[in-house]
Design a protein around this ligand. Sequence first.
Ligand code: FES
Length: 132
Amino acid sequence: MVGMSDRPLTYITVAKVEEVLPGQSRPIQLGQCSILLINEAGSFYALQGVCPHQDLPLADGKIWKGVLDCPWHHFQYDIRTGENLYPRRVYPLRTLPHLCDQVRSLQTYPVQIVGQEVQVGISECCLECFAK
Ligand code: FES
């Protein structure tokens, strides 16, 4: 079985370094993939750009000490791993059965800096959508 990490990636330039300042984010659409590019203290991260809670965009979410706070209902995610920190780490999911399907981690994408360009690694299937 081929996992996501085993699939070949293609790096796409999505911004120049100076276009997304520390503490800022930028929503990016690559084909059908909504991605949120984040600059935290000079390090770039790319996450799924839609919150699994109610499939609403994460653009304009507050970024604070490695945490992305969804602007809609304040679910919180680790920007490095995409892990849901709130409510998962605060409330045991057995106390919130109605939220089980909505409390998921965000997909993360690898980021590389080439010169002054920020590039995000996407899989072949995203690339096919992007090319259409
Ligand atoms: S849509 Fe993000 S917390 Fe509700």
